[in-house]
Ligand binder design. Sequence first.
Ligand code: NAD
Length: 499
Amino acid sequence: MQELTHYLNGAHVKGTSGRFSDVFNPATGEVQAKCPLANADEMDQAVKYAMAAQPAWAAVNPQRRARVMMKFVDLLNRDMDKLAEALSREHGKTLPDAAGDVQRGLEVVEYCIGAPELLKGDYTDSAGPGIDMYSMRQPLGVSAGITPFNFPAMIPMWMFAPAIVCGNAFILKPSERDPSVPLMLAELLEEAGLPKGIIQVVNGDKEAVDAILHHPVIQSVGFVGSTPIAEYIYGTGCSNGKRVQCFGGAKNHMIIMPDADLDQAADALIGAGYGAAGERCMAISVAVPVGDETADRLIEKLVPRIEKLKVGPYTAGKDVDYGPVVTGAAKANIERLVQTGIDQGATLVVDGREFNLQGYEDGFFVGPHLFDNVTKDMDIYKQEIFGPVLSCVRAKTYEEALGLAMDHEMGNGTAIFTRDGDAARDFANRVNVGMIGINVPIPVPLAYHTFGGWKKSVFGDLNQHGPDAFKFYTRTKTVTSRWPSGIKEGGEFNFKPME
Ligand code: NAD
């Protein structure tokens, strides 16, 4: 059994706490590795290494720091297949999805190559008589990030790329369910020329997270994961005086207007609802057709498409649409919620419960499900299922459909499918959700925009990546200066030469 490590001060280091968690191969259900779970002493050691390394890194000029990111991009491209394979093996997603996970993180690294431009300060000449004023952005010192299992490459890169290029040292606490790719990324960063101690990976669970939240040296904490943990980390981190940004769960609605191209909408729902087994924070989990006729036609188009979906292990190649979910516990939770949907009166139009893959009986595969006639009071509507389960909530009018997205406590992403520009514009302006798609089902902003939801999908003020990241990982210092004048009237120089 492989024993994974931490990555501290440029070296793989075995865990010393004596506690481990299982890392599964989700396709077979086998335990393939043990992940060490750090205690507070191990976290403290990482912080000490980070503190020792950070001042020299902050003193490296931004252009040179950006060059490390350039080289890192080259190495990510060189190792893309290796990274994708390691990612699929622990997460279960298909190889193209895994490569996409790396690619979307890589794009944030590319954006960070612009650090010299993005870190440039502001300057006001002659703010008063003989007075100039300038602002600069300085690194925070030691930053930490806690990331979820579902994007083990992209989300760590969302955080550590801007943190590091701004001159911070970064401690990553990745998900204990798929920690191998984060360890590989740390190695690649050092191969790209990053000094040791600037990126460290400390594996663990709540104990390691609490050690971050209570460590007096750590200045900022980034978190992405489920809403209850986001709320806990935000509250605890803020009360300990840290800068904190937390991104939580989602329940993304797609409104389908009667004038929409229903084939396009159905195709979009297949990708957005079932892709990556529904384990995406930007997955569409609720379809809201407007009008019964639209709903009936949409269901008619969805059913054969869902029945054609191929579910299998990543090793089966490109024909597979989605793989297993991450753990047996995740699978059991999805099955429990499906049963709740049936018990509470939703119509199970496509029943994935009997799905069974020959040769992979112990894998964590979940067949695709489609519920119709879901209502606002049902648990499958209120809760995030995070599995291949799409719920259809029928709305009579556009206002009712908009109201559903507005009233849900989550506000990560949403989409509208229509040919009516006015309806699309109204929706984008009024809906209280952070990321909106117009005939685009998964409207994930690119690296140079910012990513973030509203309502219970986020805690904190600044979004991920884009210009917000450079604000989050720096603090502003503003200097007001006046120099005694050495120039006499007539232009003569007044100062005595230095002795
Ligand atoms: P999770 O909340 O279980 O875990 C996230 C991180 O928190 C992990 O590193 C984990 O070790 C740690 N953690 C777990 N329990 C903890 C506890 N009690 N105290 C302290 N730390 C704890 O989330 P997950 O299952 O890994 O990821 C799926 C969730 O993440 C979904 O809810 C999904 O919507 C959300 N997500 C959100 C975004 C976003 O940008 N909003 C992106 C991706 C995933």
